[in-house]
Design a protein around this ligand. Structure first.
Ligand code: ZN
Length: 268
């Protein structure tokens, strides 16, 4: 980042993204006195980002609270089983990777499909690869209103009892009996991330958005896997509600707690 000035801080504020608190300072960064005062006036602390190993040591001592976790916003998308790829795009068809996703091995495909619901259609819906066991369609609540379907919030793969949807591709249309979900928000962690943050697979994380629209996400599920890298996945409705974009950060404020634990209940 280099030199952090009052002007650069005001620009960050003006962009609507807000300033993280504490404000992370990298090893090569220098903060001007005016910038330091600007942060101090807003009660924003500075947090030196230590080299990786030192950070691991300090967090291992329980200082995980306040850690910043990057946000990844998932737009509506479809995961397809191998046979459904053929049904929608033709026999012997393979998906074409367009770009890699934050999680190792996952990609956004060049291919898109149209979702057809009882009340409307949404075209240009990205297929994610590689193809996997069960076909799953992830939409936002807002998308559901357009389609005429209101699926429940589910973790990926938990499809029993979910509504169906029709998917139209260039080579055919598929009627699914189930598989339409609003994805439950979750945090991907590598085993190293999990150790640094004192988080275990299945923990419920309390995360706070930073900036102009502070929102607490009360129940983000931690998912630990060697192929994962640190990322908080939310859908577009959640992102819009909290003014978050991919690459922003949320703050870890609690593990396996409810919001009332944070504030000690209601004051008399
Ligand atoms: Zn995810």
């Amino acid at each position: 980042m280099g030199l952090i000035t009052e002007t650069s801080l005001r620009a960050m504020l003006g962009s609507g993204r807000g300033l993280p608190n504490p404000f992370p300072i990298g090893a090569g960064d220098r903060v001007t006195p005016a910038a330091a005062d600007f942060l101090k006036d807003r009660r924003i602390g500075l947090r030196r980002i230590a080299p990786e190993r030192e950070a691991g040591e300090s967090w291992a001592h329980g200082e995980h609270r306040g850690a910043l976790i990057p946000v990844g916003v998932s737009n509506r998308h479809v995961h397809l089983s191998p046979s459904h790829v053929q049904a929608l795009f033709g026999p012997d068809f393979d998906l074409h990777p367009l770009r890699g996703l934050s999680q190792e091995g996952q990609f956004a495909a060049k291919e898109t499909v149209t979702l057809v619901g009882p009340k409307g259609e949404i075209s240009g819906v990205r297929v994610l690869g590689p193809s996997r066991g069960a076909t799953q369609v992830e939409i936002s609540r807002t998308d559901g209103r357009k389609l005429g379907s209101t699926p429940a919030v589910r973790l990926s793969g938990d499809l029993a009892g979910t509504p169906g949807i029709s998917i139209r591709g260039p080579a055919g249309t598929l009627g699914l009996d189930e598989g339409l979900i609003v994805a439950r928000n979750h945090v991907h962690l590598s085993p190293d991330d999990a150790a640094r943050l004192s988080v275990q697979h299945g923990d419920r994380l309390l995360l706070q958005s930073l900036g102009d629209r502070p929102i607490v996400f009360a129940d983000a599920i931690a998912r630990v896997n060697e192929r994962f890298s640190l990322d908080f996945h939310i859908d577009t409705d959640e992102a819009n509600a909290a003014f978050l974009r991919t690459g922003d950060f949320v703050r870890l404020v609690g593990i396996n707690m409810s919001i009332s634990d944070l504030f000690g209940g209601r004051k008399a």
